[in-house]
Design a protein around this ligand. Sequence first.
Ligand code: S3P
Length: 432
Amino acid sequence: MNARFDPSAGLSGKVEVPADKSISHRAALLGAMSSDPVRIENYLEAADTRSTLEAVRSLGALVEERGSELIIRGTGLREARETDEPIDVGNAGTLLRLLPGWLVAQDGRSFTLDGDASIRRRPVDRIAAPLRQMGAELEATAGRFAPLHVHGTRLHAISYELEVASAQVKSCVLLAGLAADGSTSVTEPARSRDHTERMLLRAGVPIERSGLKVTVLNVDELQLERVRIPADPSSAAFLIAAGVLVRGSRLLLGDVGVNWTRTGFLRILRRMEGIVLGDLEESSERITPEEPVSDLDVAHGALEGTVVEAAEVPLAIDELPLVALLGCFAEGETIVKGAQELRLKESDRIAGVVDGLRGLGADIEATPDGFAVRGTGGLRGGRIDSLGDHRLAMVGAVAGLASSEGVEVIGMEAAAVSYPGFVADIRRLSGG
Ligand code: S3P
């Protein structure tokens, strides 16, 4: 489906941003791993998180849907049921990377994970390596890709160092650590989102962080009871960018998740002089159990270019395509470094955003680990291909609203994996 976004005279009003995708995946998985029922409030209704519900159902969890509330009656940590069919993760990379962390602990049972064409290009060797060290057997297609076969076993604890900061890989190892003998630790080169750590702490798991190292102890069961999912700061980021870029805009976003490990984009935007008011969480030395929220108040204003260094990348990983878009409108140069991970997302997001924005008139070039944009004060417009990637589709839409001639997005339906109501929301906010 193609969709056209004409220059807007300003977005205004209040928005309820959809629930957090990362936290929804984790809530459904930990619910399924629990022995007692877990109540999940405000679960994300979108394609990726629906894949997670179907996956946990196929593994024996009962999922009762009551509007935006779910009750999950799980199988317990070590009692997932073997499935006859491959588990379909759809387009959800997070499900593909986290679920094996649980499945490897199912002693004597085997599972296959598969998904759509884009999932079959997302590497799984980074989770397979630590899980093998813990004693599990895994076979990936061509050594790296889905379909992925997982054979559960009794696990032993490891101490593992990640080469690249990744919340997905870290979470996978921590989940496996819950059933391993002893204490499992993961060290990252930089902080990445810590929703798994916070939720495990709330579930009564002994878990702690010291610097960049997280250590978890094995447990018999999880005690989670209730999870409330905040609005997704990554989905909010697209509306925030629209509010900042389109002249005359003023937006109010309610109860957005402001966990420090997710607000890198807001810190970058504030450095660019963007106007976003809200009460953001400070960085903390220890793991906190809460997922803090804040209302955010956004207004249009002029932007300055900035440099994003490698340590900041995992804290804004899904929003970096938006930083490229902001850079087009900023005064001076905007550079993103150390972001080669972007090439391994739902699409190669360095190539996708650079080619896409250049096609709309941007002065932007790719580097091996990021991109550099010279701000020209605006963007002409034209056509952009989402490449089937939700975040690129939404970048195209925002670009259209802020452009001088409008943008046609090829493949706008991709937005449905994280934000099904996105087009309706921006049309309403821009009075169209
Ligand atoms: C996610 C982690 C990130 C992010 C993805 C969701 C998660 O990936 O890009 O959209 O929920 O753990 P990595 O941290 O593995 O790069």
